[in-house]
Design a protein around this ligand. Structure first.
Ligand code: TXA
Ligand code: MG
Length: 329
């Protein structure tokens, strides 16, 4: 199969719609990462998603809808605080996990009784979702375990020959996946950290827990147990207080003939002077924006990526550290 990359135009949107209505799957931009999109009402489409990605069959998919879509047709909204969250953060990088009405095919939710819903704010993605006017289920558009794609070319590198079309919406402005928030309880609970932070949710709702992902949890995010986000090279993670150990490891790697790159914030990069550096930038938002792009650049250039942790796990750093620990730890 030939894989086309096309900018978002009325013609490419029409082509995308035809593929989706024909039970196919496409690459779709969002403001977080690219998604591998299929029709949530089609078991055939959903099976293709799992097949193309090599995704474990017990890991459910997020359902994406345009901002005018009636969520009541898909799920039960059980708590009033949800309306405040929706008003403040949707469309945007927040996924809400509700009790499902069971209208999406069971393959997408792995037979579970909850459904995760997200309204992407990416303008091209909204146009695509409006044009199909269907609930579009989509995981990130990478091969299972690999680093998530933030450019159309990243999707192409993983899925070339496996899907007919990638809609090119430019580099994702967010850079890490949406915050996944369980809203089935009295207090919302973060299942996966992201750009909508615990602090931001508390400011709207008054409270917000962080899931510990225990076997006994009622609603869990099955995805968190899998190995994730790995670039295709060796990696090692050091904390900011271990700069000397990181330098030593870098030099030892070079002595054994390996090409080493340090991946760190701009502030930390100054400590590494003339070393090879993958610079993630200054602010948390910039670092999230660059993280996967630099990991994917790094796997091409380096034999080993030596990542340096963020100084804390507050705000967006919680999501960054979650991805960094999984990709490089
Ligand atoms: O930003 C994003 O969320 C991107 C873009 C494409 O929208 N999507 C994404 O999908 O990251 P994926 O499949 O790579 O990750 C979805 C996460 C997984 O950890 C999965 O276990 C969790 O969401 N999830 C999906 N449905 C769930 C549900 N009903 N209950 C709990 N967790 C769920
Ligand atoms: Mg993913």
């Amino acid at each position: 199969m030939q894989t086309l990359i096309e900018k978002i135009t009325p013609e490419s949107l029409e082509k995308a719609k035809r593929i989706i209505l024909d039970n196919g799957v496409i690459g779709m931009p969002t403001e977080t990462v690219y998604g591998l999109a299929g029709n949530g009402f089609s078991a055939e489409s959903v099976k293709k998603i799992y097949q193309v990605k090599g995704r474990p069959s017990d890991n459910p998919l997020i359902c994406h809808v345009h901002s005018g879509y009636d969520l009541n047709s898909l799920v039960y909204i059980e708590h009033d605080y949800v309306y405040d969250l929706m008003k403040k953060f949707m469309p945007g990088p927040l996924t809400l996990v509700f009790r499902s009405k069971g209208v999406i095919v069971k393959e997408a939710t792995c037979g579970g009784d909850t459904l995760a819903i997200r309204m992407p704010s990416h303008e091209g993605c909204q146009r695509f979702l409006e044009s199909v006017n269907l609930p579009i289920v989509a995981p990130s558009a990478n091969l299972s375990k690999h680093t998530s794609p933030v450019k159309a070319e990243h999707v192409y590198q993983d899925l070339n020959g496996k899907i007919p079309l990638i809609l090119d919406g430019g580099k994702c402005s967010g850079g890490i996946e949406s915050t996944v928030l369980d809203v089935t309880g009295e207090i919302p609970r973060i299942l996966r950290a992201g750009l909508v932070t615990q602090e931001m949710i508390v400011a709207v709702v008054g409270g917000c827990e962080i899931a510990e992902h225990k076997e006994t949890d009622k609603v869990r995010s099955p995805g968190v147990k899998y190995s994730h986000y790995k670039p295709r090279c060796e990696t090692k993670l050091f904390s900011v207080s271990q700069i000397d150990q990181a330098k030593k490891f870098y030099l030892e790697s070079e002595e054994t003939g390996k090409k080493a790159y340090v991946m760190c914030s701009n502030a930390v990069a100054k400590e590494f002077g003339a070393f090879n550096v993958l610079n993630l930038g200054d602010t948390e938002e910039e670092i999230a924006f660059n993280l996967y792009d630099k990991l994917l650049e790094g796997e091409k250039k380096a034999d080993v990526i030596i990542a340096i942790s963020m100084p804390d796990e507050k705000g967006v750093n919680m999501g960054i550290m979650n991805r960094l620990t999984k990709s490089c730890g």
